[in-house]
Design a protein around this ligand. Sequence first.
Ligand code: NAD
Ligand code: TYD
Length: 331
Amino acid sequence: MNILVTGGAGFIGSNFIRYWLEKYPEDYITNLDALTYAGNLENLKDIESNPNYTFVHGNILDAALVDTLVEKSDKVVHFAAESHVDRSILGPEAFIETNIKGTFTLLEAVRKHKKHFHHVSTDEVFGSLSLGDTAKFTERTPYAPRSPYSASKAGSDHLVRAYSDTFQVPVTITNCSNNFGPYQHPEKFIPRMITNIMDGESIKVYGDGLYVRDWLFVKDHCRAIDSILQKGNVGDTYVVGGMSEDINNLEVAKLILDYMGVGEDRIEFVVDRPGHDRRYAVDWTKIHQDLGWEPEHHFQDWLKETVTWYKANEAWWRPLKTQAEQFYASK
Ligand code: NAD
Ligand code: TYD
């Protein structure tokens, strides 16, 4: 099988490519990535010389390039996106371009060449749940995005479904919860905390810290996409989540401080994110019942592993952290 992966130089895409080539060494992967600030070929250093892997430096908005690459592939797995909520508040336009128009460009190509398109989306399209509530997002939850990031992802999801309904493009969609693990950019919450502690700095907790995310280890997400590509029902959406059971940001911060042997005086409460979604939680019953998938990696164990990975890979994250700090300081 020839798979075209978009955004494979980012966090989840690079984990997916590594996962796939380990599990299916006969398959071929082409990685189309524009190498924005979030794209990093260092994420795939161990794979770059694999004869079954090809990197193409290009933009998903480039219709001619996308058309050529889609024609040569059997399936497309679409990760490429602007993915950080804070950046979408500082500058929403790139989110509209890449997440909506970029997805449209890909859809035109898969429509023409009749290829299976797997769209990687987020649970953030469903908006915010309340604290203390037991409700969870399902495939039937109405869309209610609240940030420019989640609104742009919602727009892309609607387009994907429209191409399925109107043009019979074979699509599948995943809406998954917050991922964590190796190669996540140090501007995101968990890596930011770990790298700040390593630098002797405070960790920045937005608002009261009582925000809840449904943390999913990145490899479990890759396994979920695998099960959908192998046996998912064309046209279907699957929500994917972890098993972290309503742990809030402050509790995550305290776990990391504990693993790193540092006191809670390092916590600094900082000004809150505007429109900050209170709680995300995912009910992954459908993918479990239909495809037998469930998360395998326990949050606390793999959080500890993630701390170990960042401690061992300072040379990887250091330049990204410096660049991100300069970016935010300039705003
Ligand atoms: P990321 O920001 O780490 O990586 C995005 C990648 O896309 C980068 O390599 C970047 O260079 C590339 N890219 C951006 N714009 C591009 C363009 N116009 N053309 C080609 N390549 C481009 O993102 P991530 O965290 O790996 O997320 C991957 C996907 O998963 C995204 O679609 C995101 O919305 C979704 N998602 C992420 C999470 C999470 O917790 N990280 C959770 C749910 C869903
Ligand atoms: P983030 O990793 O940006 O993911 P998302 O906004 O897509 O959920 O943030 C995860 C949670 O952590 C979210 O509630 C915002 C919060 N947060 C902090 O408290 N401090 C930080 O420095 C960052 C980056 C995020």
